[in-house]
Ligand binder design. Structure first.
Ligand code: ADP
Ligand code: MG
Length: 251
């Protein structure tokens, strides 16, 4: 697999369609031809009503499911023709995925959970893997909780572990499906701030599904999905000018 990224695009979707229950009387198309490009400089919110296809789209991008037609190109590699093992390798190299429910392994410590993607990749963790996992836990404010099991951590802390886990393999693209949907406002703000910080420090593209307008308003780019189609994409549009009371609001 080559790592050609002539356009700097991390991700490109062309004419992506997805139907469920194909070939049955209940066949339904839920994504009707999605075209989308993301580069490393993108910090995007994916918004839209419930049922509009956001999770379906994220699962396709995350290589957890395949489109019915169309092409998804990750790091310059068209994915439609890949075999399962090639797809798995590309997914590991290209993507960190954060879910609404963190999916941590209960029997593992926070540190072991963060190391998991690497252990799946090459078995026993190397000393520098452990160091990086500890650094990521430090970065998400959980350095002192590295030895704790998920049940000993709060919901917000568990989600922070899941973010550290998503970043352990240095992915150029971080996708998250309602990662703050389960958290109170203040905890959600803290988790969102982490995505922002990692986008800036690690230079990874970020795509976050959120229902929270406070968070989508703080994203650089907003992609709105309605009934399986992109209804709006603010890419390339200038940010709205701050209103006359913006300064007052910041105090
Ligand atoms: N596995 C599935 N089988 C059949 N229909 C599905 C499946 N997953 C999602 N859908 C349908 O696809 C549509 C989009 O769902 P989803 O992507 O979960 O939307 P969102 O995440 O925006 O709420 C919905 O109508 C949903 O019922
Ligand atoms: Mg969803």
């Amino acid at each position: 697999m080559s790592d050609a990224r002539p356009s700097g695009a991390v991700l490109a979707l062309e004419g992506v369609r997805k139907s469920y229950n194909v070939g049955t009387p209940t066949e339904t198309e839920v994504l009707h031809g999605i075209d989308l490009q993301l580069s490393r400089s993108d910090f995007c919110a994916l918004i839209g009503p419930s049922g509009s296809g956001k999770s379906t789209l994220l699962n396709l991008i995350g290589q957890l499911d395949s489109p019915t037609s169309g092409e998804i190109t990750l790091l310059g590699v068209p994915t439609s023709g890949l075999h399962d093992d090639e797809r798995t390798l590309l997914r590991r190299r290209a993507l960190g995925f954060v879910f609404q429910f963190h999916h941590l392994v209960p029997a593992f410590t926070a540190l072991e959970n963060v190391l998991m993607p690497l252990m799946i990749g090459h078995g026993k963790p190397r000393p520098d893997d452990r160091e990086r996992a500890q650094t990521l836990l430090d970065d998400v404010g959980l350095g002192e909780h590295a030895h704790k099991k998920p049940a000993e951590l709060s919901g917000g802390q568990q989600q922070r572990v899941a973010i550290a886990r998503a970043l352990i393999a240095h992915p150029p693209l971080l996708v998250a499906d309602e990662p703050t949907g389960n958290l109170d406002t203040q905890t959600a703000d803290g988790v969102f701030a982490l995505f922002r910080r990692f986008h800036e420090t690690l230079g990874c593209a970020v795509l976050i599904v959120t229902h929270d307008p406070r968070l989508s308003d703080r994203s650089d780019r907003r992609i709105t999905l309605v009934d399986g189609r992109i209804a709006e994409d603010t890419a390339g549009q200038p940010s709205p000018a701050p209103g006359p009371d913006a300064a007052a609001k910041q105090t």
